[in-house]
Design a protein around this ligand. Structure first.
Ligand SMILES: *Cc1c(COP(=O)(O)O)cnc(C)c1O
Length: 421
């Protein structure tokens, strides 16, 4: 359920006609719905009602300051994976004790920044990292709260590039070695070992892999407690998938996911953290684009649009499907036409869809990529010297540009010329 719906034949973002935003801001652009962001955050929050918990939004999915402020005001914590994300979260007003720091390659400098600014916990992914965190904490005269990310060797049944919970992945420590690694952590002077962390992948469309992983986490909690570790917090990662195709996908609901957490782990009386990213932001955003040309090829017609792979890389990178809809609702009974939908970038990979049935379109028509709110704007680049596209946030009948399109001068002047030239 989201807030991008047709009204009187025109696509709206909440109470704003999308065409009005296009007229004001230009295309392409990202448009987010406040109501959808909040709705999805609250679904998770409510799913864990009755359990001590914190929903830490995985801000790598969409990290604009306005999005972070919207979610933080509703009570969200943040899951960050870099110093930049940490500082973004702080800049949006999120207190350190609601920020968890994940990621396999935290540097000394990143750890120092987080320890100085306040942190709920580090999710530690290796023994060398653990030693660095302990050393930096001792240097700063503090104690670093940590969980250890265990890799439960579970098949998340998702795209290979976003599966993280198999033993061949770079993430976490093998659950089979957990006892040994927890013993090492307990012996280090700068650490307070508060719990266990586990994140098995993204865009999971079944509960079964979560169940297998969480059962292993439950067993491990008991085993570690028996060894004297005070395991009191379980970070269960993110990963719940969203429907990218409206018609035939029904991934599990947050309430079902919450129930699974209670069923598998509730008896341990731990504080629960979850780190959803995609499910909060994904269907809360669209990418708006405009048809530049309709080009007739030998055996197919191309819609050449002003959005490209540098603006939304998911189709090129993960073979991802996005529903693409016209901003003017097709009249009932309109015969669809098949198009390849492509951007202007000089790579064949710059293809959003092949043989996509669309209402017949002409140059100048606006289209919207649904489910583009997560891993869209944040993965954009300026490849082909195409400016990063603006982001717009809608709130009821208001909208605001939350990141403006840079000018070409700004882009060019970011480079500096060495003296000898
Ligand atoms: C990416 C990531 C998430 C969020 O995953 P979603 O699929 O967007 O929910 C959560 N935790 C960690 C450690 C991650 O790397």
């Amino acid at each position: 359920m989201d807030h991008f719906l047709y009204r009187d034949g025109a696509l709206y973002a909440e109470d704003v006609p999308v065409a009005e935003i296009a007229a004001a801001v230009g295309s392409p652009c990202y448009i987010y719905s406040t109501a959808t962001l909040l709705r999805h955050f609250r679904l998770f929050d409510e799913a864990l009602e009755g359990t001590e918990h914190l929903v830490c939004y995985a801000m790598k999915a969409a990290s604009n300051q306005a999005i972070l402020k919207t979610l933080a005001a509703a009570g969200a914590g943040m899951d960050v994976v870099s110093e930049g994300e940490y500082l973004r979260a702080k800049a949006a007003g999120v207190p350190g004790d609601k920020i968890v720091f994940s990621g396999v390659g935290k540097t000394d400098a990143e750890i120092r920044t987080a320890l100085s600014g306040g942190i709920r916990q580090f999710n530690v992914e290796s023994e060398p990292e653990m030693e660095v965190i302990s050393r930096v904490a001792v240097e700063l005269g503090t104690i670093a709260p940590i969980t250890i990310r265990v890799n439960p060797d579970v098949d998340a049944k998702t795209h290979a590039k976003i599966a993280t919970g198999k033993s061949e992945n770079k993430f976490g420590i093998p659950i089979s070695r957990a006892k040994e690694v927890y013993a090492l952590a307990a012996s280090l002077p700068g650490l307070d070992v508060v719990g266990i962390d586990c994140h098995i992948g993204s865009q999971l469309t079944e509960l079964e892999p979560f169940k297998l992983a969480y059962q292993k986490v439950a067993e491990l909690t008991e085993a570690l407690r028996a060894e004297g570790h005070n395991i009191r917090r379980l970070d269960l990662g993110g990963g719940l998938g969203i429907p990218y195709t409206r018609s035939n996908e029904a991934p599990p609901l947050p309430v079902e996911y919450g129930q699974l957490i209670k069923d598998t782990l509730g008896y341990l009386n731990c504080e629960i953290e979850i780190e959803p990213g995609r499910l909060i932001a994904g269907n809360a955003g669209i990418m708006l684009s405009k048809v530049i040309y309709v080009k007739s090829g030998e055996d197919r017609d191309f819609l050449i649009i002003d959005g490209a792979m540098n603006d939304l890389i998911r189709p090129a990178m993960y073979e991802a499907h996005h529903d693409i809809i016209p901003v003017v609702e097709p009249a009932p009974g309109t015969e669809p036409h098949s198009y390849d939908i492509v951007g202007p970038v000089c790579e064949t990979g710059d293809t959003f869809a092949k043989n996509r049935e669309m209402t017949p379109l002409v140059a100048g028509d606006l289209i919207a990529f649904r489910s583009a709110g997560a891993y869209g704007a944040v993965m954009a680049s300026e490849y082909n010297s195409r400016p990063l596209i603006p982001e717009v946030l809608v709130h009821g009948d208001q909208f605001a540009v939350i990141r403006k399109r840079p000018t070409f001068d700004e882009i060019i002047n970011r480079d500096t010329i060495p003296e000898w030239l």
